[in-house]
Design a protein around this ligand. Structure first.
Ligand SMILES: Nc1nc2c(ncn2[C@@H]2O[C@H](COP(=O)(O)OP(=O)(O)OP(=O)(O)O)[C@@H](O)[C@H]2O)c(=O)[nH]1
Length: 357
């Protein structure tokens, strides 16, 4: 998915979290069930003569089960997948080598291609499966190297059906992965749409309430001290009255793009009312916020609206008034917004086209 300004705020992470949660649940479920079955086979074989097979069953069941238990407590889930993957390789090669119980080892290998697609993504899963498949092929066609004896027909049918199993598991995982990606992308676009003002394409009030303020509350050290700037176009009603509502809309877009182009990537400018904008400058002190507002004020004053509108060239000198305040914590945000609003009111009262902080 392409990352843009919105990806600083809209939670791309959540779809990755869902994917990791799915992987974890599958790992736990298959490890406990698979490891349990291996352990039962081990118990069944304790009395048998085949001590190598008994050791392989015990070792692989212990690796798979203990790794699943440990993975609940340590944060590196990827490492658990690799350890389980290695445990399963040992089991596969051990089974092929010994022939398993009554030479039935090959029948027990069919679930494993899917295990690798579950533990890793479809690319790594495919690589792991092809490597393991090559190792199995090698063992099957080096009869002097292994204890088991397999009939030629048994080997060739196993190879064909095992390849089909790898292929079908790959196809299923490939399409599951891509449909998950598409759903995440649709979800991201919808969130973006719901949080955008359709006229100016700036974030809207909903974005502030449901995304930005929640983020600031959750991770205050990335946001505070934060400067809050209220900005309001001066005498905007006159623009509408003189040139019409459509031109007024174009002027709003013009001012929105001026405000946006003056800010850093992590700053936010949202349209919160008709011709009123809220600018949020994370990790900024009041004195710097006032300078930023002053810079934007001069930029707006020096960049008149000058466009061809309604079959005529429209030229409008514009000014914007600003009220600035600082919040040092999430609890102070509302008060800072109210303070910035009062300062804006003061700027309007004292003649407009100025910054009050
Ligand atoms: N074109 C357009 N006008 C809007 C939109 N939303 C609000 N307005 C207009 O914005 C104008 C705001 O006017 P006022 O609140 O009186 O403020 P002002 O004329 O800018 O005067 P001061 O703020 O005191 O400098 C009103 O005429 C609204 O109709 C919009 O989406 N498009």
């Amino acid at each position: 998915m392409k990352s843009d300004w919105w990806s600083n705020f809209i939670d791309l992470q959540s779809s990755q979290d869902i994917e990791i949660k799915r992987q974890k649940l599958v790992l736990y479920f298959s490890s406990y069930i698979g490891g349990g079955i291996l352990f039962l086979f081990y118990l069944q074989h304790i009395a048998s003569q085949d001590s190598l097979l008994t050791c392989i069953l015990l070792a692989s069941s212990l690796v798979v089960l203990s790794n699943a238990v440990i993975s609940h407590f340590h944060p590196y889930f990827g490492v658990s997948c690799y350890i389980t993957g290695l445990g399963v390789v040992g089991l596969i090669l051990g089974l092929v080598f010994t022939g398993g119980h009554q030479n039935t080892a090959l029948y027990w290998l069919y679930p494993f291609p899917l295990v690798y697609f579950i533990l890793f993504d479809y690319r790594k899963g495919l690589v792991a499966n092809l490597l393991i498949f090559s190792a199995i092929l090698f063992l099957l066609y080096q009869p002097d190297w292994i204890l088991a004896e397999y009939q030629p027909a048994e080997k060739s049918r196993f190879i064909a059906s095992y390849l089909v199993t790898i292929f079908l598991s790959f196809v299923a995982e490939y399409f599951r992965f891509h449909s998950h990606q598409e759903l995440s992308s649709i979800n991201y676009q919808r969130q973006k749409q719901a949080n955008t003002d359709p006229l100016t394409q700036l974030p809207n009030r909903r974005f502030l309430d449901s995304v930005f303020f929640i983020g600031a509350d959750r991770e205050p050290k990335h946001y505070f001290p934060m400067v809050v700037v209220m900005a309001d176009i001066d005498f905007f009603k006159r623009v509408n009255d003189t040139y019409g509502h459509d031109t007024g809309d174009h002027v709003l877009k013009h001012v929105a793009s001026l405000l946006k182009s003056s800010l850093r990537g992590f700053d936010v400018v949202a349209r919160i009312g008709g011709e009123e904008f809220l600018i949020l400058l994370p990790q900024t002190m009041l004195v710097d916020g006032i300078s930023v507002a002053e810079k934007i004020r001069i930029e707006c004053q020096n960049t008149p609206f000058n466009q061809f509108d309604n079959l005529q060239q429209v030229y409008i000198d514009l000014t914007v008034s600003f009220g600035v305040a600082e919040a040092s914590s999430a609890e102070q945000l509302n008060n800072a917004i109210m303070a910035a609003d009062s300062k804006l009111y003061l700027a309007k009262e004292q003649g407009r086209n100025q910054v009050q902080g």
